[in-house]
Write a protein that binds this ligand. Structure first.
Ligand code: 4H4
Length: 243
């Protein structure tokens, strides 16, 4: 999978290739991340990417020409991508969208800045996506969030078991995790995790996930289709409530 980013701050986005799981995935050629500087596609000596808005108003607007010059270069060099614009006006980035985008072979993420981008650039945009209902100073952090989340779904980057178990794939929030020492600051690791009974551990973890989801994200709980483990866990939760 190739993920490309078009930005006026390439150094900001380059960082994502240097650390952790994403760095290893790039080194193992599981994903290719290319970052392009929009200013390299300007035609004036000042490498201008913005101008005053027609009709007046605050701030500056990103000029259309550099985007089209880049896009022509990109399509000729790498083929036609699925092009995303990060923006508060987009559809909300969530797990379903992560899975959908992780299946694309050639993804291009355009990072907005300033007051916005000239509307004619939307001609090359397939998808406008927002990482949340708030306004940032730039689209680079949203692009990095998307790269991180999407890369996790590319085969071979995260273990199949982890992806299957994780929140939003199970439809529940995650259960608590513990490691050594068995007691820390007077707090002990739950006994059930030390007994080696895998069925009991699975039920306990699912109980904790169900409890946390009911408390914090009842919307997720109400959408959930319950499997056999869910039902056993819910039964134990109800019994604890009743007794
Ligand atoms: N949230 C987000 N999810 O992805 N990108 C997000 C984001 O805030 N990007 C901002 C830099 C760009 C931007 C675009 C448009 C406007 S405007 N004039 O429409 O208010 C303001 C800011």
């Amino acid at each position: 999978m190739k993920i490309s980013v078009l930005t006026i701050f390439p150094e900001m986005v380059e960082v994502i290739k240097k650390y952790g799981v994403i760095s290893r995935a790039v080194q193992e050629n599981k994903i290719e991340i290319s970052i392009f500087n929009l200013r390299d596609f300007t035609s004036d000596k000042h490498r201008t990417v913005d101008d005053y808005p027609f009709g007046g108003g605050p701030g500056m607007v990103m000029k259309p020409e550099p985007f089209f010059k880049f896009y022509d270069f990109y399509v000729k060099t790498f083929g036609k991508p699925h092009t995303i614009l990060t923006s508060p006006q987009g559809r909300t980035f969530n797990n379903d969208l992560v899975k959908e985008l992780s299946l694309k072979e050639n993804l291009l993420i355009i990072c907005g800045r300033y007051e916005g981008i000239d509307e004619r650039v939307m001609e090359i945009v397939d998808d406008e996506i927002s990482i949340g209902d708030y306004v940032l100073t730039g689209g680079e952090l949203p692009a990095m969030v998307m790269i991180d989340a999407i890369s996790r779904f590319v085969p071979g980057i995260i273990s199949e078991e982890s992806v299957i178990e994780e929140s939003f794939n199970t439809g529940l929030l995650d259960h608590p995790h513990y490691t050594r020492p068995r007691e820390f600051n007077g707090k002990k690791v739950p006994e059930v995790l030390l007994e080696g009974n895998h069925e009991k551990i699975e039920i306990w973890r699912r109980k904790m996930s169900l409890k946390k989801t009911i408390q914090r994200r009842p919307d997720l709980f109400l959408k959930k289709e319950f499997d056999e483990v869910d039902k056993k866990a819910l039964l134990e939760l109800f019994r604890e409530l009743i007794n």
